[in-house]
Every structure is written in structure tokens, then in C-alpha cells.
Design a protein around this ligand. Structure first.
Ligand code: BG6
Length: 523
């Protein structure tokens, strides 16, 4: 498929004109491209991995595309004692793409504050640096704090920001916002407690809980596919959909993140956040408009409809496992317990698969099979909807044997795009049915792969658009869904399966879906 050119567009009818007027109205509401305001971006965890891998390249790319406002400044806060110049050098070397000449200027002006996140002195110095910037630069007194630190530091950073009056805009400023990285809490109780601590200092409209999956173009396109087209929504329900699969597979292992991953595991690292967000967008009802509250209200309703598993269901409908030594993309790799920094008797899972139900009119009786794993054969995130078979096939069984079910596949990454798989007649005298696909590729249609999610989300946070950030009640609902699983897994006797690195998971995951007479889309 290609983008339709203007010449091919027919004269608009009255209905189309009214739809266009409505979408113009939508474009003027929050959720659309508002311009970022001048601000100081304060990054806690400035010398860490996330800052180097994601935040710096995102800021550099925004700068080189001219999407940052004049008066944009960066202040790094970290535990290492380095100079402003050292920090500037790190910023420069992290900028990997685009024209970095402007970026070099932003980096050259950057300031750095070294100190412990629980030490008030760090915040006194930050206060002084901010006051200097307010006086000398055109940053307008606006602040965007980015918490790219280990989750254990969130509460103290937030409370010390409050104690030093940094939760309020500086002189002449109009906002002070805080972006909080995932995971937000470790379980339902700690998430609620963290929320109380956050709300003691910041109002909800100042809080931007980030899940970078929402910044992915392909994830946002779920909303467009569903709610801007007339053909999909009528079949997006139990009458037409047999089952849904959501897969987040990674070929990577845990890299140097053993300390974090040992405490998180796949359930907290991916299921509670990325998978729940993609699930919510897949099952939600159409929002009235694209305003931040409307979308998030519908997502919360969707998550509330997810059936909370009983302890018995956790035992039968959830599988967990860890990878063992194997070969991934042609390379021999060690097992999870042999990774640097991992306990040799670790009970942490690197793979989770489960069957969930969404208890509402739209989805009653449709199983949702979701899975995620590290060290799988390749990186792949996709949502697939398998449709019911035709009620009656007038073809002989052997003629139809080469045809699979109608399936709509949304490729979130890589090879971003959408495929609609259906049966077609192979050329020849006989009715020989084969599965073929209508394919839409981002690369082919738009000539580029989508930009990294962090660019979009940073820009939105600077512009004050919370649509793609997680509201407090969404986090709570997502934790409610995983809570019974966490509870059951506290019991050390619960089985932790195994799979060789470079495979699609343990046999138990296959059994989970095969007992329903179905199979994972990718074996
Ligand atoms: C992060 C997880 O949130 O998402 C990582 O902590 C994971 O473990 C990453 O690798 C996957 O993100 P992406 O954008 O590469 O799919």
C-alpha cells in the first residue's frame, strides 16, 4: 500500500467535510502537536545507561530537527563527581545521529550537579544552579525533571525536590513537571505508596509517568487503525475475533542490568507496563476525542475489565521460565543464571506467557494470549487478531489445506507495519487455496522508519501533553492484574520452567495455548 496522493482524493462530500472539521477541532485540542516551551530539563541519573542510550540521543535529534524551543537548557544530576565539561562531553558522544551542530551548543551550556539523591546538599546546589540559569538564560523559569534513576531513589528525589521548593516553577515560569520512569512501584501496595509520596509534592497534572511503548508510532497507530477507519471497528469484537495474541520478544539478554533485572523479572519489566498498555489500546472502547482524559479514561475502563486471575488460574494460565545456554542469531550465549551479577540460584523469570480474559460485551469469550521473553530467536513485538473461520467452506478439505485463518497482524517493531492475511486462489485449474497478505510497511510508505519513542515523549512532556503518559489510576489497574501472579510466585515451589536461549520459550507455553486448540503465531 502507498500513501494516496492528493489527485486521487475524490471531491469531499458534506459528511467528509464535517468529519474534516471535526478532525481540525481535534488537532486544536491537547494530544496534538503543541509547541514545547522554553525549559530546563533536569536529568536525575545523568551519567546512567538510560540517559546515554535514550535521553541524550532523543534530545540531540529534537534539537537537530529544530523541535526544541529557544531557551532550552540541560542540567544533569548524578552520583559521579564530574565537571560541567565532562558532562558536556558525555552528552556529545551520546548524540549518535543527525546534525549535531546545534546539539553541541546545548551540550556546551549544560550544567552538572554531582551528589547523592538522598542528600539535601545535592538539592541545595541544584537550586542554586537553577537560579543562575533562570537569571542568565531564557529558560523562562520552567522545569522538567526526568527521573532516570533506580526506582528505589524516586521517593527521596521527589520529597527533596519538594523540600527545596523545586516542585514549583521558577520566577516567571509556568510549569514544573516530573517524568517518572518505569517501573512505578514493585507491586500494588508500593505503587500506591509511591503515588502518595508523589502527590504530597506534585499535583497529578504535573506528573508524567512514562512507558516508552506509548511513544512508538506503531503503538499510537493502533488508535488510528481502529478509530479512523470504518472497516476494522465493526469486526473488532467477539463476533469476529477468535483470539488475540500479543508478543514482546527480544533476542537480547539482560546486558549489564543484572542488578535491576534480578529484582524485576519479565513480569514487572514488561508485562505490568508495556504489555498492559498495548493490551489496553487493543481492547479499549472508542474515545470521544483524542484529549488526554478521554483516552486515558477508556484505557482505565479496559484494564478494569480484565479478569483478575484466581490462585488456581495463575497455576494453570500463567507460565514462567528462564533461558538457559543456547544460540541466538548465530551466537552462543550463556544461560540467565550464568550472566554476570545474577544469583546462581536465581528464581527470576526471563519469560512469561499467560491467557487473560476481558470481561465485557465486546470481548467476552475471546482469549488473549500474551507473552514476553528475553533471548528469543529474534526481536519482535506484534499484536495479532485471529478471526473466526468462515462458517462453511464449499471447497474440499485438501483444497483448503494450505490456507490459515484470517489474521490481522500489527507489527509494532521491527519491520513496522500491518498485514492482513486471508485466503486466495493459487493460479491453476484447481481451487488451491493459499494464505496471502495485504501488507502495509512504514518504511515503504513513508520512506523512513519511525523515530525513537523518547523523542516524541520528551517533546510531549515539554509541551505539556500528557496523552501518551500513564495516569495514576492506570498504573493501579495494571498492578491489580499482575498482583495475584506476584502473590502466587512468592511461593518458592511454583515452577520456573526453562528454555534454551534462541527458542520461542518453554514447552509449557506451547501447552498453554495448544490445550485450547490454538498455536502461537510464531512457533
Ligand atoms: C524496557 C525494558 O522497558 O524495554 C527492557 O526495561 C527492554 O528490558 C526494553 O529491553 C524493550 O524496549 P524496546 O523499545 O527495545 O522494545
Amino acid at each position: 500500500m502507498t500513501e494516496t496522493s492528493d489527485e486521487q482524493v475524490p471531491e469531499p462530500s458534506a459528511a467528509m467535510q464535517s468529519a474534516a472539521m471535526q478532525s481540525a477541532a481535534v488537532a486544536a485540542t491537547p494530544g496534538s502537536s503543541r509547541l514545547p516551551q522554553p525549559a530546563v530539563l533536569v536529568i536525575f541519573g545523568a551519567t546512567g545507561d538510560l540517559t546515554a542510550r535514550k535521553l541524550m540521543p532523543a534530545v540531540a535529534a529534537l534539537e537537530s530537527k529544530g523541535e526544541l524551543p529557544a531557551g532550552f537548557e540541560v542540567v544533569g544530576v548524578g552520583r559521579d563527581q564530574i565537571s560541567d565539561d565532562d558532562f558536556a562531553e558525555r552528552m556529545r558522544s551520546a548524540a549518535t545521529s543527525g546534525d549535531t551542530s546545534d546539539w553541541t551548543e546545548v551540550a556546551a551550556r549544560a550544567r552538572y550537579v554531582g551528589g547523592d539523591y538522598a542528600d539535601p546538599e545535592t538539592f541545595r546546589r541544584l537550586y542554586t544552579v537553577m537560579a543562575e540559569i533562570d537569571e542568565q538564560r531564557g529558560s523562562g523559569g520552567n522545569r522538567l525533571y526526568y527521573l532516570a534513576t533506580p526506582p528505589s531513589t524516586f521517593a527521596s528525589v521527589i520529597s527533596l525536590l519538594g523540600e527545596h521548593g523545586l516542585n514549583k516553577p521558577g520566577p516567571g515560569g509556568s510549569f514544573a513537571r516530573v517524568v517518572i520512569e518505569k517501573p512505578f512501584g514493585e507491586d500494588l501496595e508500593s505503587a500506591l505508596e509511591l503515588d502518595r509520596q508523589v502527590h504530597a509534592v506534585f499535583d497529578e497534572d504535573q506528573v508524567y509517568r512514562i512507558d516508552h511503548y506509548l511513544g512508538k508510532e506503531t503503538v499510537q497507530n493502533l488508535l488510528v487503525l481502529r478509530f479512523a477507519n470504518a472497516v476494522f471497528e465493526p469486526i473488532w469484537n467477539r463476533r469476529y475475533v477468535d483470539s488475540v495474541q500479543i508478543t514482546v520478544a527480544e533476542s537480547l539478554g539482560i546486558g549489564h542490568r543484572a542488578e535491576f533485572y534480578e529484582g524485576a523479572g519479565a513480569l514487572r519489566d514488561i508485562v505490568q507496563n508495556h504489555l498492559m498498555q498495548v493490551l489496553a489500546l487493543t481492547v479499549m472502547e472508542p474515545p470521544v476525542s483524542m484529549d488526554p482524559q478521554g483516552i486515558r479514561d477508556e484505557k482505565v475502563k479496559a484494564l478494569r475489565a480484565v479478569d483478575i486471575l484466581t490462585p488456581e488460574e495463575v497455576a494453570t494460565d500463567v507460565v514462567r521460565a528462564r533461558y538457559e545456554r543456547g544460540v541466538v542469531e548465530g551466537e552462543e550465549v550463556v544461560g540467565y543464571r550464568e550472566e554476570d551479577g545474577v544469583d546462581r540460584r536465581s528464581q527470576t523469570e526471563t519469560f512469561v506467557a499467560m491467557r487473560l480474559w476481558v470481561d465485557n460485551w465486546r470481548w467476552a469469550g475471546v482469549p488473549f494470549y500474551i507473552r514476553t521473553g528475553k533471548r528469543m530467536p529474534r526481536r519482535l513485538t506484534e499484536v495479532s487478531l485471529k478471526f473466526h473461520n468462515a462458517p462453511h467452506l464449499p471447497f474440499a478439505p485438501q483444497q483448503a489445506s494450505g490456507m490459515g485463518p484470517n489474521t490481522l497482524v500489527l507489527r509494532i517493531e521491527p519491520d513496522e507495519g500491518i498485514s492482513l492475511c486471508f485466503g486466495a486462489k493459487a493460479p491453476g485449474e484447481a481451487f488451491d487455496l493459499r494464505t496471502v497478505a495485504l501488507d502495509f510497511s512504514y518504511q515503504q510508505t513513508f520512506g523512513s522508519t519511525p523515530p525513537d519513542a523518547y523523542q516524541r515523549l520528551l517533546r510531549d512532556a515539554l509541551a505539556g501533553d500528557p496523552t501518551l503518559f500513564i495516569r495514576s489510576d492506570e498504573v493501579e489497574q495494571a498492578w491489580r492484574i499482575v498482583a495475584p501472579i506476584q502473590e502466587a510466585w512468592r511461593n518458592e515451589d511454583v515452577k520456573l520452567g526453562r528454555y534454551p536461549a534462541g527458542t520461542w520459550g518453554p514447552k509449557e507455553a506451547d501447552q498453554l495455548i495448544q490445550r485450547d486448540g490454538r498455536a502461537w503465531r510464531l512457533p
